[in-house]
Design a protein around this ligand. Structure first.
Ligand code: FPP
Length: 278
């Protein structure tokens, strides 16, 4: 009995030392990343490949989505630690409504559970939860859970976690056009005042800077109706990894790649250099 107890204690101690070492190594990686260039202010992610991850392991699709939630957890934590200001996750697209009913309701349950389990922790970590998309289309109980998280975290000043739910880029532009035209109709806006800045103000991302970096998992080279307007000058990073495999080390890789890019916004390389020297 005493021997077993001593054995357990020594294993526990060994694990704690190991974990401490892992955290130390990770913090060092983050420090190196902060020193080597700019950390993106806004990262947007198309989380793809949950189903394929599960299929490869002969597991049901739900297992892929569940493991995907672990990647979400890791991303939120690491983005907070790195000082990223906005993390936008494509969690449920307008097109996803066409999936089998059972998968939709399973995804909704998973989202509710994640919100229920994580909201307090998000709040403690100064994360502000927000949504973009046609939230009215979601089941009422999901809307309520979201509202609780949004209200609870509304004054937080750390990472803004934007959940794109029942979202599509075309829907976003369309709802902006509808609002602008009704403002014109009631005389609050003049047609001549329509410019890029004005349209930007009517999008669901109003007040949020455009993504600096777009990450897409599972090796697909598509934007899939995500933030169509907002991605105009975002740097794109595509990885073969499926979403459940995408963890912090891969994000570090994406940011390292981002730091090597020259963002020209349509200008020439020389113009950019001149601007930097000013
Ligand atoms: C894509 O994989 C993933 C989704 C459509 C849903 C993502 C949802 C989660 C990770 C869970 C809930 C999210 C939060 C924010 C807690 P896929 O099913 O399209 O994979 P496949 O292309 O391999 O079939």
């Amino acid at each position: 009995m005493q021997n077993q107890l001593n054995f357990n204690r020594s294993i526990e101690k060994e694990m704690l030392t190991k974990n401490k070492k892992i955290v130390e190594v990770d913090l060092k990686k983050q420090e190196t990343l902060k020193q080597s260039g700019e950390i993106p202010i806004h990262i947007a992610i198309i989380m793809d490949g949950n189903g394929r991850w599960a299929q490869k392991r002969s597991l049901p699709r739900v297992a892929g989505h569940r493991e995907g939630v672990e990647s979400v957890r890791d991303m939120v934590e690491v983005c907070g630690q790195l000082g990223v200001k906005y993390l936008t996750l494509y969690a449920f697209s307008t097109e996803n409504w066409k999936r089998p009913k059972e998968e939709i309701s399973m995804l909704m349950r998973l989202l509710m559970k994640a919100l229920r389990d994580e909201t307090d922790k998000l709040h403690r970590n100064n994360v502000r939860v927000r949504t973009i998309g046609d939230i009215s289309k979601l089941p009422v109980e999901v809307q309520n859970e979201l509202l609780d998280a949004i209200v609870k975290t509304q004054n937080n000043t750390g990472l803004n976690l934007l959940l794109a739910l029942s979202y599509s880029g075309r829907w976003d532009i369309m709802q902006a056009v509808k609002k602008i035209s009704s403002e014109i109709k009631r005389g609050a806006l003049n047609e001549d005042s329509i410019n890029e800045d004005l349209v930007t103000k009517y999008l669901s991302t109003q007040g949020i800077p455009d993504p600096d970096l777009l990450v897409r998992t599972s090796g697909e080279f598509r934007v899939s109706n995500f933030l169509l307007w907002q991605l105009a000058y975002s740097e794109i990073y595509i990885t073969e990894l499926n979403w459940p495999e995408f963890r912090r080390d891969e994000l570090y890789r994406a940011i390292t790649e981002y730091q090597k890019r020259e963002r020209r916004f349509g200008l020439t390389s020389n113009q950019i250099k001149q601007k930097q020297n000013k």
